[in-house]
Design a protein around this ligand. Structure first.
Ligand code: HEM
Length: 220
C-alpha cells in the first residue's frame, strides 16, 4: 500500500453513521420478528382471499416443513410486538436519514452517477460510490423501502380503515402480504451482497469508517 493511499479520508458524515447503525438494528429485528409472524401462517396467496386449504402461491409444507412444525418454531405474539415497534424505528429513522441527506446533497454528491466529484471536506475528498453500488443504494432507499412500508400498512386494518385504497393498490391484502415477503427476500439478498462487499474490501477498515467517519480507502 502506498503512502498516499494509506491516508485516512473522510468517508461518511455523522447523519449516515448514526442512521446506518440504527437501521442495522431495526432491520435485524424486523427480519427476525417477520419470520416469526410468517411461521405462524406459513402459506402465501394472491388476491383478496387466503386461508388454509385455499390454492396457495407458496406453501412451506412443499419445502418439507409442516404447518405444525412451523407453528412450533414461530412465536407470533413476540413477532408482532417487535415488528410493530421496530417498523416505527425503521420508518422514522429512514425519514430523518432522507431529509438530512437531501439537505446535505448526499444522494446527488455520492450516489447519482455522472455528477461532478464530491467537493473536498476538511481537506480530504469524500469519494463517490461506484455506479452499480450507488444505484443499488438508491433503489433500496427510494423503491424497495417505500414499497415495504406500503405493503406493510396495507396489511393493517387500522390503516386500511382510513385508507381502503391501500388494499386495492395491491389487488388485495393477500397480495400485499406476498409482496411484503418477496421484498424481504430482496432485503436479505441486498444485505448478503452488502456485507460480502464490506468483507471483500477490508472488513475492519470499512467498519471503522462507518463508526469514526474516517479510514483509508480500499485498494483498487
Ligand atoms: C416499513 C415498515 C414495515 C411495516 C409497516 C411492516 C408491517 C408488517 C405487517 C403489518 C405485517 C403483518 C403482521 C401480522 O399479520 O401479524 C408484517 C409481516 C412481515 N414483515 Fe413487515 N413491516 C415493515 C418492514 C419490514 C422489513 C424491513 C422486513 C424485513 C427485512 C419485514 C418482514 C416481514 C415479514 C417476513 C413478515 C411476515 C409476513 C407474514 O407472514 O405476514 N417487514 N409486516
Amino acid at each position: 500500500m502506498s503512502e498516499a493511499a494509506a491516508q485516512p479520508v473522510r468517508r461518511h458524515g455523522l447523519n449516515v453513521r448514526i442512521c446506518h447503525w440504527i437501521n442495522v438494528i431495526a432491520v435485524g429485528y424486523l427480519l427476525v420478528s417477520g419470520v416469526h409472524i410468517f411461521l405462524d401462517f406459513p402459506e402465501l396467496y394472491w388476491g383478496k382471499v387466503g386461508f388454509r386449504g385455499h390454492p396457495a402461491a407458496f406453501r412451506l409444507a412443499d419445502w418439507g416443513i409442516s404447518w405444525e412444525q412451523a407453528g412450533a418454531w414461530g412465536d407470533r405474539r413476540w413477532g408482532r410486538n417487535y415488528h410493530f415497534t421496530f417498523a416505527w424505528v425503521f420508518v422514522l429513522n429512514g425519514l430523518v436519514y432522507v431529509a438530512w441527506s437531501l439537505a446535505r446533497r448526499h444522494f446527488r454528491r455520492r450516489m447519482l452517477p455522472g455528477r461532478d466529484p464530491a467537493p473536498a471536506v476538511g481537506g480530504a475528498p469524500t469519494p463517490r460510490y461506484r455506479t452499480a453500488q450507488g444505484i443499488s443504494y438508491l433503489t433500496m432507499i427510494f423503491v424497495v423501502t417505500p414499497l415495504m412500508f406500503l405493503t406493510g400498512i396495507a396489511q393493517m386494518p387500522a390503516f386500511t380503515a382510513i385508507a381502503p385504497w391501500l388494499i386495492d393498490l395491491f389487488g388485495g391484502r393477500q397480495t400485499a402480504r406476498t409482496i411484503h415477503v418477496i421484498l424481504t427476500a430482496i432485503f436479505v439478498l441486498f444485505a448478503l451482497v452488502h456485507v460480502g462487499q464490506v468483507i471483500a474490501t477490508g472488513f475492519l477498515r470499512n467498519v471503522r469508517s462507518m463508526i469514526t467517519g474516517r479510514a483509508p480507502l480500499p485498494q483498487e
